[in-house]
Design a protein around this ligand. Structure first.
Ligand code: GLU
Length: 498
């Protein structure tokens, strides 16, 4: 914890309308880092006021994805906390009360305009080439007039009464001061006719009541940011520090990554949603490292960060407000680095479920040896079964078409298998030191290249063209399996040569 820093209270406030994607995960990560490094609190708030777009599965997806990444909230719907409830649909009355306060202090008003009227206004404005905005019809109704119309059962919304002249100055930590002409501000709806609050009110009230010190959110909120600051001011509250993160550009850097681009990327199998990343063989550590650098950097050279490094080194000041292109292949790179950074025991524990899901019975002692043999060459956990499943198989299927060719006929292969068997039977220990030279001699004897002989032995022992080094494999397979695979291959080659 930095001695200068006061404990930050930060919230991740997803709307449960879809799965957690890298953009949302990045926001949550920055929140988490700031909370951890300042000894503060990371809060999860579910912004479910948009009932039409609400998806029940999205909420559990968000939580699962955050937990998988290790970004576990200190306060939230599951954890509870002093600002409960952390679900906006349970806070309706709180928003109502604050909307009324705003009405009473002259900063909001009841609006009775019907959808038809509003459409007409909109059309007229568009004809006049004006940006559509509320035309102020109900702005100056008196309290009595409004009360009467409510009494009479008219449907209404509550709108914010934006200033109409002068300027509003707001401050974003990354962008500095932003000045807007108040004539451009709209009278935004705060409470809908259903009585439900919209984001503009609900999030501001919650951010204040939950003691949020830093609002870190996407830059899609920049256009309505002045209204948000004005709501804080109208309620006499101190504003939080506002931080609007950079947008993502398409991988080619040409244009913003739209919803459609995101869908297309996902269809192509690119890592977009956190829920898919485990299945794609990525470690949460790698995903964290990857997203941390999408808009933040420590210096211009360091790129490997563990979560502890990030907690120590992260700083809001080094966030970059400029848009940056998403580099999907970078995740593979980070995954390789983080796989190599695991202890062999940890790596073994991560690959175990992959073998089990492929139907193998995994022996612990063997697993650790296998982990040692493949850790440095693994880029994604999806590869481990193809790379090392042969260790657990009783018998392997030889790919004859790959083994027998015009360069090596069945008779030669049989002879090679026979000679290797004899060699191995006579060796007490089969390793690089004892077996490499004799194997080379066998190749000379058979007038084939050493590489061919080793390739053949690899196929015989693993059923694969590519595998960890032969002398790493042999002790793990064990003498018995090595000899039985040789015997099996010998039988097949002999049959073929007859
Ligand atoms: N519920 C908003 C969203 O999902 C949150 C924005 C914010 O962090 O304030 O976009």
């Amino acid at each position: 914890m930095s001695p200068k820093q006061d404990p930050a209270r930060v919230r991740f406030a997803p709307s449960p309308t879809g799965f957690l994607h890298i953009g949302g995960a990045r926001t949550a990560l920055y929140d988490y880092l700031l909370a951890r490094q300042s000894g503060g609190s990371f809060i999860l708030r579910i912004e479910d006021t948009d009932q039409k777009r609400y998806q029940e599965s999205a909420e559990s997806d968000f939580k699962d994805a955050l937990y998988w990444l290790g970004l576990v909230p200190d306060e939230g719907p599951d954890q509870g906390g002093s600002c409960s409830p952390y679900r906006q649909s349970l806070r309706k009355g709180i928003y109502q009360d604050h909307a009324e306060q705003l009405i009473n202090n002259g900063n909001a008003f009841y609006c009775f305009c019907t959808p038809e009227q509003l459409n007409q206004v909109r059309e007229d404005q568009m004809k006049r080439k004006e940006t559509p905005h509320y035309d102020g019809t109900c702005r100056n109704l008196s309290h009595e007039q409004a009360a009467e119309r409510i009494q009479a059962g008219e449907s209404y919304v509550i709108r914010f009464k934006s200033p109409q002249s002068g300027k509003t100055i707001v401050r974003d930590l990354l962008r500095g001061e932003i000045t807007v002409d108040n004539s451009n501000l709209d009278d935004m709806i705060l409470i809908k006719s259903s009585g439900l609050a919209v984001y503009h009110l609900a999030a501001m009230v919650d951010d204040h009541l939950m003691g949020i010190t830093h609002v870190i959110r996407g830059s899609e909120w920049l256009p309505t940011f002045p209204i948000h600051a004005l709501i804080f001011r109208a309620l006499g509250w101190q504003e939080p520090i506002w931080v609007h993160l950079s947008v993502f550009l398409k991988p080619d850097g040409k244009g913003k990554m739209s919803k459609r681009d995101t869908e297309l990327a996902q269809e192509k199998g690119l890592p977009i949603f956190v829920k898919d990343m485990d299945k794609m063989g990525y470690l949460p550590e790698s995903v964290i490292n990857w997203i941390a650098l999408m808009g933040w950097s420590f210096d211009d050279k360091t790129e490997f960060f563990t979560i502890d490094d990030l907690i120590e080194k992260f700083s809001l000041e080094k966030l970059n407000p400029s848009p940056a292109a998403i580099n999907f292949s970078k995740l593979d790179h980070f995954n390789g680095l983080h796989i190599r950074n695991l202890s062999p025991e940890d790596f073994a524990a991560r690959i175990k479920p992959w073998f089990e899901n492929a139907g193998f019975i995994v022996e612990e002692n063997k697993l650790l040896q296998i982990a040692n043999a493949i850790q440095t060459r693994t880029k994604k956990l999806t590869e481990v079964v193809d790379m090392a499943g042969f260790f657990f198989k009783e018998d392997i299927d030889l790919v004859i078409d790959r083994i027998i060719s015009d360069k090596l006929n069945a008779t030669q292969a049989a002879e090679a298998a026979h000679k290797i068997t004899q060699l191995f039977q006579n060796l007490e220990v089969i390793d690089l030191e004892t077996a490499e030279q004799p194997l080379r001699d066998i190749a000379v004897d058979l007038e084939i290249k050493a590489g061919q002989l080793f390739g053949l032995l690899r196929e015989i022992l693993t059923g694969q063209k590519v595998s960890p080094p032969i002398f790493d494999i042999i002790p793990i397979l064990g003498r018995e399996k090595v000899l039985s695979r040789l015997e099996n291959a010998l039988g097949i080659f002999q049959n073929l040569s007859m």
